[in-house]
Design a protein around this ligand. Structure first.
Ligand code: ZN
Length: 113
């Protein structure tokens, strides 16, 4: 996250979502988001966040419970070459809950401005 990159200039991160599986924080200065789930943390800007949230939502609907719940069978490509996130259907649903809840919060925020 940018907070560690700014020397002597601390950027306060805002926690947008947090549960036992992961969290979403945003730097109020740079508007950089950090999405953490399991052992992976991904930094992104809001446009990418919205795209990923939509993409994961589609995946969840596509697989709609037809896969074994607890086996890691779903591979999601990351922008970095050769790195993927691997989910069970259950984990993908938790990840999606996190993204969709945060997305709703961002929408509400947009409308209140
Ligand atoms: Zn920052």
């Amino acid at each position: 996250m940018c907070i560690s990159k700014h020397k002597g200039n601390y950027h306060e991160p805002q926690v947008l979502f947090h549960d036992k599986n992961g969290f979403v924080v945003r730097c109020q200065e740079c508007l950089l988001y950090q999405v953490t789930f399991g052992n992976v943390a991904i930094d992104m800007y809001q446009e990418d966040f919205s795209q990923i949230a939509n993409f994961i939502d589609q995946k969840v609907k596509l697989y709609n419970d037809c896969l074994p719940k607890d086996q890691k069978t779903i591979f999601i490509k990351l922008p970095a070459d050769g790195i993927k996130m691997v989910f069970s259907y259950k984990e993908l649903c938790s990840f999606n809950d996190m993204l969709q809840t945060t997305k709703l919060l961002l929408l509400a925020e947009e409308h209140s401005n």
